[in-house]
Every structure is written in C-alpha cells, then in structure tokens.
Ligand binder design. Structure first.
Ligand code: 5GP
Ligand code: MG
Ligand code: MG
Length: 187
C-alpha cells in the first residue's frame, strides 16, 4: 500500500459537536419519553465516541449494545457489499432501538443494518448519524436524526479514522493531501 502526506483541516469543532448532541438528545428524549428501556446500538468502530457522548446526554433508561458491519478497511472507497461482522449481545424483539452511526455516505451500510435489525421485530427502530454526505448517496436512506450535513470530503476525528489513525481527534476534520504517494507501506 502506498501512502501520501496529508494535513487535517478542522471542519466541525468539539464545541459545535457538543452543542448539536445536546439538541439532538432533547429530540430523542421526546420521541422515547414513554420507553421502558431504550437499546442504543453503536456501529463499530466509528461511532464509539459519538455514542459515548450521546448516551451521557440522554435522560432516559438506556442499554448500550454494539454491532459491527464491514466497511472501508484501509481504503477510501466504499464497498457496496455490507456484511455483519459482529452481532448484538442482547435481544431486541419488541424493544425500542436507536442505531447510532458515524457517517452516512452511499447509504448501503445503514440500509443493510436496518434490514438486519428489523427482521428481529423490534418496537420502534430509529437511527441517528453524526454526519451525512447526501451528495454521495447511492441508495435512498435518511436517518431520523442527523448531526451535520457535510460536503463530499473524506473526514476523520471524533471516532472516525483514516487507516486506523486520527480517531482520537476531538473535532471533525477533512483530510487534505499535500504531496505525492510514496511506497513506505505506512499510512
Ligand atoms: P456507506 O455505506 O453509507 O457508503 O458508508 C458508511 C461508512 O463508510 C461509514 O460508517 C464510515 O465508516 C465510512 N465512511 C464514509 N465516509 C467516510 C469518511 O469521510 N471518512 C471515513 N473515515 N469513513 C467514511
Ligand atoms: Mg461506520
Ligand atoms: Mg473506517
């Protein structure tokens, strides 16, 4: 694999993310005010920071579970065949479920995940994504709640990686290449 030098331009600050999550949490609380216990399902790995911040804002009884679907691997191009790599630990039949995703891009991942979970006949099944790139959609899918609509840029930070790096940045930034590829094999 080749690598290219790049810099990260901040796109959404940590403060803006926190403010948006607060507002979204109020809407989610209103939707699920009558629920016994909401099952909040994070899609690994990109949503791990988003789900952590979101559940701490939710004044609702919640259970947290995780699902992993196949994604980009180390490349920047999407795969249209989505596989479930890790299933939930808990049961969701008859329960209210909120699926938490980092980014909706082509829409294939969310469409597949929603079909997979719907087959278990949950109660209400709702979805939230932090980022949405509507310009890249290949299949029709819109989350019930969206943090920010963004242009067609490759982003990192706040849980989201480029070749497994940059997940620990507290903000969302876009990757900008500054030079030619080399052959070090290191991203
Ligand atoms: P979709 O199936 O909607 O095309 O892809 C969704 C998944 O692709 C996201 O959950 C995320 O893992 C990955 N993805 C989409 N856009 C980006 C991006 O800009 N940066 C990174 N790191 N991953 C992305
Ligand atoms: Mg993802
Ligand atoms: Mg990834």
């Amino acid at each position: 694999m080749t690598s290219r030098p790049y810099v990260i331009d901040q796109m959404i600050s940590a403060k803006s993310i926190a403010a948006r999550i607060e507002a979204l949490a109020r809407e989610i609380e209103a939707e699920f005010s009558d629920t016994d216990k909401l099952v909040v399902v994070g899609l690994l790995r990109g949503s791990f920071i988003f789900i952590a911040d979101l559940v701490r804002e939710l004044d609702l009884p919640v259970e947290v579970d995780f699902l992993e679907a196949s994604s980009y691997g180390n490349s920047m191009t999407s795969s249209r065949e989505v596989r479930i790599l890790k299933d939930l630990r808990g049961e969701i039949g008859g329960r209210d479920v909120l699926v938490v995703e980092d980014i909706i891009d082509t829409g294939h991942t969310m469409k597949r995940v929603v079909a997979f979970l719907s087959a278990r006949e949950p109660g209400r099944l709702r979805t939230i994504c932090l980022l949405d790139k509507p310009a890249r959609r290949e299949v029709d899918y819109t989350a019930d709640w969206t943090g920010f609509e963004i242009p067609d840029r490759f982003v990192v930070g706040y849980g989201i990686d480029y070749a497994q790096r940059n997940r620990n940045l507290p903000f969302i930034g876009s990757v900008r290449f500054t030079g030619e590829a080399d052959d070090t094999g290191q991203p």
